[in-house]
Design a protein. Sequence first.
Length: 604
Amino acid sequence: MMIVLANLAGQQGAGQEYHKFHCREATCGENGPRIRFPFRLNDTNNDCGYPGFELSCVGNETALHLPISPIKSLLISKIDYKLNEIEVYSHDTSSYCLAKQLVQELFSIQSVNLPFKFRLNNYVKKSSFTLVTCPNRECGTFLVRSNSEIQSYLYYFLGCTKMHDIESVPDINWKSFYFANVTLTWSKPDCKACEAKHKGCKRKIYGAESDETECFDIPGKGRSMISAVICTLFIILGSLIFIILVVSAAFYIYTAYKNDRETRIRIEKFLEDYIALKPSRYSYADMKKITNEFKDKLGEGAYGTVFKGKLSDDVLVAVKILNHSKGDGEEFLNEVSTIGQIYHINVVRLVGYSAEGFKRALVYEFSPNGSLEKYISSAAVSGNHLLSWETLHDIALGIAKGIEYLHQGCDQRILHFDIKPQNILLDHNFKPKISDFGLAKLCSKDQSIVSMTATRGTIGYIAPEVFSKNFGNVSYKSDVYSFGMLLLEMVGGRKSTNVTNENTDEIYYPEWIYNILLEGEDHRIQIEGRGDAKIAKKIAIVGLWCIQWHPMGRPAMKAVVQMLEGAEELTMPPNPFTATGPISETDTKIPARRMILELETIVE
């Protein structure tokens, strides 16, 4: 016989006190039912169990001894302390009619007073049974329905005798007459309440006949319960965290997919709008819709008014409504024909146009930082540049590259004839874009001379040859002159045509800059540091090269770009303010700036 004992005490002192009055939990064999109060093994302390609940180990099996004949012992396969039930069986061949013999013994009037009863199936009265005994038959105890034909057969033909009627029957599979498992139950002592609380159970008064019980804490088991609760809480918390993580991950994936989808749709929409950036024809009603009924005015000039508009949420435009009273539509045709099919980072993009009778409009890409002119004007008023010299240098270089593209990069050479700060727009990164091609002319690249029927341009930026062919031939060098005047204006932060009174003498502003550089007094220009002085000097020298009196003395725009990009120090150009050209031999010493001022007065 093998007895397996399981000590539940967590600490030695508490365990000794516990085992002094209570049974240790034990088993007969590794897989046998757990034995504790009210049961006890018959070789342990008599006070630890309850009378009638003595068990013993038969090998690895647990046996319940009953003072019933002919049953010697019952083997226990299961003890359920929460339901007060045991399940019994027998291997004794003399007791193969176990179920029927138990019925005979447990329901017999002569039966001893046992603590165990059958677990009964309750039937209604009309289904009551009768217990009969048949001495001449094997397994001669039978349970039959009362007043049935089988009962009459047993009485008259087999000599059976009625023992007594019962109104409920044991929960037994009556079709099995051999080796049947039978469930027995007990009512006292009752430990179900203690079991539900996971506590131990004991007799309330030892040594007495009382069947009252009480609960007690088993040493170590309380901590185990707390640990189990904590473990359960951790499992629940872990599960919640896992669920939250899974839900969060799913939400993140869904959000990322949704955002990605929205981004793709947005990009596709933008590309569709961008494809539409080739000049498209719009109706005048479209112009009103795009500009929100001409609500946001950006500026106004001699040839029209500019409004801010939207093609979509991502494509902003500037809409120029042309004055139909000005000219014969030449400016409109020039714009569409010159920049309608070209694209360069430093040339404003023509998005579309509208022409309905005298109502004409041009749609350009939008430049959020406005024109260069407002930054130069602010510098003239405050004496300080709003833009750094590095930014001014980058703007000058960008304008030069844009003009070079117009002169050399297109299928036909485009002469702008109106390069000035007002026509240089700045995007969100202050990248310059040449705009307003209303005065532009097209010519072949190998054509060096352009015929002019009228003066084109803005006073202060017009090259001398544009006033009169006596000063030279009109060509792409005329744009170079205008660009040079723009550079000098950027350096000084004032209009190139402005004059100041110094010792009561009227001084031409570009000539004033030339004299400063010639004398090495560049500190008189608003400059903050040595690096800034170097940039300002370079821009000024390039500007002076570009405004040479004779077109032949001016560099091409490719050379201008190289000068602005180069790191070497530039040489001063010849004095551009003394005419030495073919006007007349008697006028060769007349200052060029006086000629320009007189010509501008005539043009005005």
